[in-house]
Design a protein around this ligand. Structure first.
Ligand code: SAM
Ligand code: SF4
Length: 328
């Protein structure tokens, strides 16, 4: 069985927000006061997450990504990775983390079966890091990068969100990191959300094309296509150990090849980051709904998938969820 949406896209990738809590308050993502967190009893248990993943795998899902909030603040996250790693047919488990707690977990996560790791890092300057994250310590993330490489996460991905007027002067430094380290720097175009002090007008936006221009100053840039699944575009500075790429939802929408579903920490399945349509799986599971009916609900969610987002015409996502709740 496979999951095919109304526009003939095959869905094989599930992003799972394991918690809405976070140990940072990045200015572009969360209000300074944080958000009203869900009750622990409203969060999906590991068994419930595993049940949904198992059914997803029976429908052709073969990749999951754990995100948050901050996934490493969820108690016994390594235990969840172990449970998922035992699901037959699930080929790839990855995680997106801010890296603050990662030095304590990198090697355990690798042993538990985590295959790939993305660390979000928007600046290489301590003071700026504290400012953007409202208090985070850059040295923790640097240490985590070192230990993750030692633990065998190759290539390690670093997500750098392009923030106009804040970190564009560091694009060149992030590109230089790829010359000597086996990392993949992934530049993310900023997506405006309802709660955003970073988006005033289109002029505040840095397009991936500007980064491509800057990279050419570092030597010959090869267009490559590595790391498979997903909407990224990938390049390498000639002879560099690492690579770089882009997620460019505004400049070049990748909706036509979107293969993903999202599961919120409180158990709703969402087919699109930018839409409010969602299907409640948690309550039916807790009421004991049988697998056949759950499959119908999952198909219903898939059929709510929009043909495309309209961020380039109306650059404010209509989703009621903030990025910190749905995991980016
Ligand atoms: N806490 C984890 C972290 O920071 O990696 C996982 C959740 S975070 C919401 C996932 C990703 O979403 C991060 O790489 C972050 O930079 C990105 N993100 C947050 N707000 C964004 C926005 N408005 N536009 C684009 N990406 C955003
Ligand atoms: Fe920052 Fe990720 Fe937390 Fe958002 S969820 S505040 S991006 S660390």
């Amino acid at each position: 069985m496979t999951l095919i949406d109304n526009f003939n896209r095959r869905i094989d990738y599930l992003r799972i927000s394991v918690t809405d809590r976070c140990n940072l308050r990045c200015k572009y993502c969360m209000p300074a006061c944080g958000i009203a967190n869900k009750l622990h009893s409203d969060l999906l248990s590991f068994e419930e997450i595993a049940k949904i993943v198992r059914i997803g795998v029976s429908l052709g899902v073969d990749k999951v990504r754990l995100t948050g909030g901050e996934p490493l603040v969820r108690k016994d996250i390594v235990g969840l990775v172990k449970i998922l790693a035992n699901i037959e047919g699930l080929k790839d488990i990855s995680m997106t983390t801010n890296g603050i707690l990662l030095k304590n977990y990198a090697s355990q996560l690798k042993k538990a079966g985590l295959k790939r790791l993305n660390i979000s890092l928007d600046t290489l300057q301590e003071e700026k890091y504290r400012d953007i994250t409202r208090g985070g310590e850059l040295k923790e993330v640097k240490e985590a990068i070192k230990l993750s490489l030692e633990a065998g996460f190759h290539p390690l991905k670093i997500n750098m969100l392009l923030l106009a007027g804040i970190n564009e002067d560091e694009i060149i430094d992030f590109l230089r990191l790829t010359i000597n380290l086996p990392i993949h720097v992934r530049f993310l175009e900023f997506m405006p959300t309802k709660n955003n002090e970073f988006w005033h007008s289109r002029e505040d936006f840095i397009s991936y094309k500007e980064v491509v221009g800057i990279s050419k100053g570092l030597g010959h840039v090869e267009d490559i296509d590595v790391h498979g699944n997903g909407p990224a575009k990938n390049f390498r500075i000639k002879h560099a150990r690492g690579t770089f790429g882009f997620i460019a939802p505004l400049s070049e929408s990748f909706c036509s090849s979107c293969n993903r579903l999202r599961l919120t920490s409180d158990g709703f399945l969402k087919a699109c980051l930018h839409s409010d349509l969602k299907i409640n799986l948690k309550d039916p599971i807790r009421r004991g709904m049988d697998e056949k009916s759950l499959i119908q609900l999952i198909n219903l969610a898939v059929n709510t998938k929009l043909k495309e987002h309209i961020l380039s015409e109306n650059p404010i996502s209509s989703s009621e969820y903030l990025m910190c709740q749905i995991g980016g």
